[in-house]
Design a protein around this ligand. Structure first.
Ligand code: ZN
Length: 305
């Protein structure tokens, strides 16, 4: 299962602190996102040849929620009970993954809290469950790969949609909130934003008995108000590191498999955006296997604080 790497605590803490440092640049999501994204990626690791082009190209398309500003608000939380058990017990530690947080979010990026494996990626499936959700979940389950399914309310109004949601949840996947109707939150009043987010939390809870912990804004557009709501609702918002299945060049199994694994944006803790779509479903196994061949394990969202 997961390899545990012993990373110097000092280095790790320094990295976390540095990452938290650039806190409050929320003022203008739309304008500042490229910078924020770049800095998130740079924090993730060494390489200087970071290139935002794929996301920039995708700005045009609908789902290209490519805005990654920082998430440091969320880092504040409860924390500090990460009694990461001792290093002799790798097995036990793996077994505890479901209960003890091993990771936390730093913007869109997944960071180990203590000595968990840093070489992981987070899989996220947006706009679910739109027909392929349960099948995607079962493919991932076969591969023993966790993921967050970010759900839209308009897909779970019908009994069939609710059943699909339940099925995905029952297979052990994290259910995230992607708004009721997939609007651009910056076009909405505060009351409307509240409805989009909180009414969906209520609806999801009605179906699966649990409120989502994670939020992803449509198009990656978070507002000051939606961020306040995150705190009130005890949720974390996250954008993503990269994704390609909304780009016409990659709406096909082989091309998508390749780019998702070969992109230079793949770094430790990368947050991978995918959607509930047929070609993405077809590419899923190849993507997971390709990531693992590159040395990345798929993080279990349940292990994220
Ligand atoms: Zn979406």
């Amino acid at each position: 299962m997961k390899k545990v790497k012993y990373i110097s605590m000092t280095v790790l803490l320094a990295a976390v602190l540095a990452a938290c440092g650039d806190g409050n640049s929320d003022a203008n999501d739309n304008a500042s996102n490229q910078d924020d994204q770049a800095s998130n990626t740079n924090n993730a690791s060494t390489d200087s040849s970071y290139n935002t082009e794929p996301d920039e190209n995708n700005q045009a398309t609908e789902n290209n929620d490519s805005i990654n500003d920082d998430n440091s608000n969320d880092v504040v939380e409860e924390n500090n009970n990460q009694e990461n058990s001792d290093q002799e017990n790798n097995d036990e530690q793996t077994a505890e993954a479901d209960t003890e947080p091993m990771y936390e979010m730093d913007g869109p990026t997944v960071r180990p809290i203590d000595d968990a494996d840093a070489e992981v990626v987070l899989l996220t499936i947006d706009d679910a469950p739109d027909n392929h959700g349960p099948e995607m979940a079962s493919i991932l389950q076969e591969l023993d790969a966790g993921a967050i399914f970010f759900v839209n309310g308009h897909f779970i109004q019908s009994d069939e949609g609710k059943e699909q949601l339940q099925e995905i949840y029952d297979m052990g996947f994290e259910i995230g909130n992607h708004t009721m109707n997939h609007p651009n939150l910056s076009d909405l009043s505060e009351e409307e934003q509240y409805e989009e987010i909180v009414a969906l939390n209520d609806l999801i809870e009605e179906v699966i008995g649990e409120r989502p912990r994670f939020f992803r804004a449509p198009f990656g557009v978070n507002t000051d108000y939606s961020k306040e709501l995150m705190e009130e609702e005890d949720m974390q918002w996250m954008n993503w590191t990269y994704g390609y299945d909304f780009d016409p060049d990659y709406m096909e199994k082989e091309a998508l498999e390749t780019i998702m694994v070969e992109t230079e944006l793949l770094t430790n803790g990368a947050n991978l955006l995918m959607h509930d779509r047929e070609f993405t479903m077809e590419a899923l196994e190849g993507i997971v296997e390709g990531l693992r061949e590159k040395g990345y394990e798929i993080v279990d969202p349940a292990s994220i604080k």
